[in-house]
Design a protein around this ligand. Structure first.
Ligand code: MCN
Length: 831
């Protein structure tokens, strides 16, 4: 790492916060000697295997389970009909519009199947092998129906329906409009008057979260009480939702997320398999386990992204952006899952990026297709938006003949303008895009790269060089309950923490956040060690069990530090306040005369009169000599619900070599400078950025979930679905600036998604910068050698409809030749 530090605001000189502590949890996680759900064995435990649909769309005409039922070791086979009265519907907690259409989602299909991999029966057997063997013996008759696979076809007049009983394939139509909301006047006026309008159609391919630990569930019934262990990101949400879906009373259900091996949004879910496991355990009164195979995981755990974006940008000839409008088709897949509709809708607040302009419209249609449902995947809505705006800024720069960075600089919010209310109504809290950009340019060695690019172009080198930017911000720390309510999100956004001082002076921290690879045990220990003045090693962080940590809203949306960590800090402050009363009593001094530093209370002006917080903890346990009216416990609860999101930002620059003869691309250098406010643990932050970059680059270059014409997932193994390894990725030059977030007591902004959000457009912009002079206008992601080669040798976008072609949606046309339209743009023409 090349560290570039710019303390634009001062970070308090604290002992632990800012230290690159190695993660306490890593020894057990890396060795695997821990409680992964699948490691659990309970006496008498039965095993489940799921019979899945091999077809994308069909009526179920009959299911014959008799052979499976007879198979050795099999105890029961249950179909959708068997559980129809008790299985309810997989919940969707984000109805983004009042008239959103939700077809309902049985955990086990009853009459019809709507995507390959949908559950049609469950086998319960004494061993996993017996259960899996019996899957083959279930005989299902399907009456095939045509599958809906293409979103643009799905919204056309007279389209085949994904769900016969619905009127269309559209689940919702969400609109956000700045200016004269609702009339469309303001935005369209800006486009009508604009000197330049650039239009594009971008494809955000379907991705698979591909977490390391496959999903796994164990359920243990004890009378009418149930304990579920699940490899989930959201034990608290899961408990609530399971209670609502199955009728098991919430107070009779304990959900535990033991150590969880990654989620990336893919375990922010209430899955059919969790519901099925609970139903079977309830019905049979026996403990059960279900663990997916990797193929099941790729095929049926929810997918991410999958949008078609039509975007127009308006500007004057000097490069002042006047307006932006976008229309999104977002593939929901066959059903709505927990937050599926909210994912693309979050983009409404981010397509404007870091830029200033006053005319903005966002429209999004959620579309049903006969594919695996989509939902959150790292970044959820913000990578898609960032990609679109950062790509179209480059295209506008090309049209204007401007340097892409100059165009950005001309339009971005200046440091002195924070806090800044964006055209999408978000109040960006703090930042300085210029400083971050200068640092990133310095890290990557920009001038030399531009010089090399010029040389290669002049000599017609078969290997061309390109440089791509992404200057981004994102809204993270999904939190303010009030704001989430206004967006119709089904839950609040607060987080809870409690801290107990034990008699020996050790500290237990209970957090509502649920780490699954983010290192909260380490970071929370650092926060508490500083606030209480106790050693880092003396802090234990407990999480992920609704009995141990009864209140919480879990981990997603890069919310844990800025909301959950903030709750921990608030609880620590309350602990100190409580300890101060006891200290005053023990030292026979007034509370106002006490200083608290490095874990000790001392009487100001009286040397030697001091007592440590550990001594206070012990004195509290004994409670022999205790102040009147104070309860003998040094503990506190706190709930934190911020006023605003936090807005990390940064500049990412990618230098890319493109071999014009083979279509191979290679990232030569990648530099990024991120501003995530106060950094609690630089090692963790860098790790999060690295992981995020890997996933963002993977979208640009490698990963795509592909379906064939019948709706079969053809990328159902890691041979076909190309998750990159470290060897496929470059060395990252990372740096940071620090502008504290005013909205939480730590001053931090989230980092868990930043790298993913920022990197994808930087990589694609770099590839295009390398070959645009050869007539290439766009290349659809992922940038496979074949696509790159075709684009270079065929011109345009390589015939892949990344950009060009008829915009079937709404009947308008995108410009196909120059990629720059007149104000009669892709979206303007049909309004
Ligand atoms: N941190 C810090 N200083 C900051 C910001 C964060 O030290 N200014 C630290 C935090 O203390 C925490 C970590 O960085 O240890 C991530 O914090 P945060 O940004 O609050 O994100 P969350 O903990 O809420 O994690 C969620 C985020 C998301 S949404 C996805 S998706 C994701 C990600 O984190 N999935 C991950 N990172 C992942 N990392 C791993 N290993 N596995 C996943 O599944």
């Amino acid at each position: 790492m090349t560290a570039v530090e710019d303390r634009a605001t001062t970070q308090a000189p604290e002992r632990e916060v800012g230290k690159a502590r190695r993660r306490k949890e890593d020894a057990r996680l890396i060795t695997g000697r821990t409680t992964w759900t699948d490691n659990m064995v309970l006496p008498g435990m039965l095993h489940l295997a799921v019979v899945r649909s091999p077809v994308a769309h069909a009526k179920i005409s009959s299911i014959d389970v008799s052979a499976a039922q007879e198979a050795p070791g099999v105890l029961a086979v249950l179909t959708g009909r068997d559980v129809a009265d008790e299985q309810g519907s997989i919940p969707c907690a984000w109805p983004v519009t009042p008239d959103m259409v939700n077809p309902g989602h049985p955990s086990i299909a009853v009459d019809e199947v709507n995507h390959v991999g949908e559950a049609v029966a469950v086998i319960v057997a004494r061993s996993k092998a017996a259960a899996q063997d019996a899957v083959e013996l279930v005989d299902v008759d399907y009456d095939l129906l045509p599958a809906v696979l293409d979103m643009e076809e799905a919204v056309a007049e007279g389209a085949q329906l994904t769900h016969d009983h619905l009127e269309s394939n559209r689940s919702f139509h969400f609109v956000f409009e700045s200016g004269d909301a609702g009339t469309g006047q303001h935005t369209d006026d800006a486009f009508r008057d604009a000197e330049v309008v650039v239009s594009r159609r971008f494809v955000q391919q379907r991705l698979i979260p591909a977490f390391m630990e496959p999903r796994s569930v164990v359920v243990q019934p004890q009378g009418d009480n149930y304990t579920m262990w699940s490899s989930t990101q959201v034990p608290h949400i899961l408990r609530l939702m399971l209670a609502m879906v199955t009728g098991v009373p919430e107070h009779k259900l304990r959900v535990v997320a033991p150590d969880v091996g990654g989620g990336f949004g893919g375990k922010l879910q209430v899955t059919p398999e969790e519901v099925i496991s609970l139903l079977v355990a309830r019905r049979l009164g026996k403990p059960v386990k279900w663990t997916e195979t990797r193929s099941e995981s790729l095929m049926t755990a929810h997918h991410g992204r999958d949008q078609i974006q039509y975007i127009d940008i308006a500007a004057d000839r000097e490069g002042n952006v006047k307006g932006l409008r976008c229309r999104i088709l977002a593939d929901m897949g066959a059903y709505l899952r927990l937050v599926s509709p909210g994912v693309p809708v979050l983009g409404a607040f981010m397509f404007n990026g870091i830029y200033k302009f006053s005319a903005y419209r966002f429209e999004c249609d959620g579309i049903f297709t006969n594919k695996t449902p989509t939902d959150a995947y790292r970044g959820a809505g913000r990578p898609e938006a960032t990609f679109a705006v950062e790509r179209i800024m480059d295209e506008l720069a090309v049209e204007l003949g401007m340097d892409p960075l100059e165009l950005r600089r001309k339009n971005w919010i200046k440091a002195e303008e924070f806090p800044f209310t964006s055209v999408a109504g978000m109040t960006y809290d703090s930042g300085d895009y210029e400083t971050a950009t200068q640092k990133a340019l310095q890290l990557i060695g920009y001038d030399e790269l531009r010089e090399e690019q010029r040389r290669r172009r002049e000599s017609n080198d078969p290997v061309q060089l390109g440089i791509g930017f992404s200057t981004f911000t994102e809204m993270c720390g999904l939190a303010p309950s009030r704001v989430l309510g206004s967006l119709s999100y089904g839950a609040g956004g607060w987080e809870h923490a409690s801290i107990r001082m034990l008699p020996t002076g050790k500290v237990e921290v209970v957090t509502g956040s649920t780490p699954h690879g983010q290192g909260h045990e380490t970071a929370w220990s650092q926060l508490v060690a500083d606030r209480l003045g106790v050693p880092f090693e003396d802090v234990e962080v407990l999480h992920g069990d609704t009995s141990v940590s009864p209140r919480g809203l879990d981990t997603y949306g890069s919310r844990s530090l800025v909301v959950g960590g903030a709750a921990v800090v608030s609880a620590a402050e309350k602990v100190v306040t409580k300890a101060r009363r006891v200290a005053a009593h023990l030292l026979e001094a007034s509370e106002d005369d006490l200083d608290f530093s490095a874990g000790k209370f001392s009487v100001r002006g009286t040397p030697g009169a001091e007592v440590s917080i550990q001594e206070i903890a012990l004195a509290t346990f004994a409670a022999h000599n205790f102040p009147e009216g104070v309860e003998p416990s040094i503990d506190a609860d706190a709930t934190f619900d911020p006023e605003n999101f936090s807005f990390p930002h940064g500049t990412h620059i990618c230098a890319m070599e493109v071999d014009t003869e083979t279509g191979m691309v290679k990232i030569r250098k990648y530099a990024c400078v991120d501003d995530v406010g106060t950094i609690v643990n630089p090692l963790i932050v860098e790790g999060q950025i690295h992981g995020g970059l890997a996933q963002g680059i993977a979208q640009a270059l490698f990963e795509e979930a592909v379906y064939d014409a019948d709706g079969n997932l053809t990328t159902g193994t890691f041979v076909d679905y190309l998750v990159p390894s470290a060897a496929d990725l470059p060395h990252f030059e990372t740096g940071n600036t620090v502008h504290e977030a005013p909205g939480n007591p730590i001053g931090a902004k989230g980092v868990g998604e930043a790298g993913t959000i920022a990197s994808t457009p930087a990589v694609v912009n770099a590839a295009l910068d390398a070959v645009r002079h050869l007539g290439v206008r766009d290349i659809r992601m992922p940038l496979t050698p074949e696509r790159v080669w075709r684009a270079v040798h065929g011109g345009g976008d390589g015939g892949d409809r990344a950009t060009a072609g008829t915009n079937a949606y709404g009947g308008a046309q995108t410009e196909t030749t120059a990629g720059v339209s007149t104000p009669q743009s892709a979206l303007g023409g049909d309004r």
